[in-house]
Design a protein around this ligand. Sequence first.
Ligand code: HEC
Ligand code: HEC
Length: 156
Amino acid sequence: MMNCNTSMALVLAMAISCGSALAGNTVSDDQIGISASVFDTPTPTMPAVVGSEPGENALVGSYFDEAPPLIPHVVEEFLPILISDNQCLDCHDAPEEIGKPRAKDDPVPIPKSHYTDLRNNPDKVTDHVIGARYNCMQCHAAQKDAQPLVESTYRQ
Ligand code: HEC
Ligand code: HEC
């Protein structure tokens, strides 16, 4: 059986070896963060807007199934979206166009999912865009020429 002194010595030895193992893995401040040092306060540059007026752009699509497609055109002039004024709907709220062939410069009609209250009544396609889909910019992103700060290795 271990006496008190031996177990104390063991605990001490473990503490020292853990400590030195950690010391070997320390990371200096110039290896952390995206700038030269964590102590820098970088001034981000505003990336340029990509895209032109609606009707002039190729669709970008989505990065994976079920993701909201990216917005290929500029949006600044249509924002902010207000209860009294949602200009996205002016062009995209066209349920009669769903499933029909689309000319290159026509808006893509808002899909049936956006006319359906998926939470309370998932089987009924209504005649209006559901409130949860009203704020388009919550899910659909416009395009900027921003270089990734950290490369993503995610693939579809
Ligand atoms: C003046 C009409 C118009 C307005 C207003 C408009 N769009 Fe568009 N939208 C288009 C057209 C046309 C396209 C097809 C691509 C193109 O030519 O730019 C499009 C494409 C899109 C797409 C791509 C769909 C897909 O299947 O890839 C999304 C998403 C979109 N718009 C969202 C929006 C949002 C959000 C707003 C409001 C901030 C908006 N649009 C305002 C006309 C419009
Ligand atoms: C809660 C997130 C969310 C909101 C809010 C939202 N969308 Fe979407 N949208 C999606 C997703 C996810 C898809 C792709 C899956 C689908 O079709 O339902 C999509 C698809 C679309 C498409 C492509 C349709 C097609 O046939 O390719 C258009 C156009 C679109 N949305 C327009 C809009 C507009 C305009 C608004 C605002 C009135 C809006 N969306 C609000 C999530 C959203």
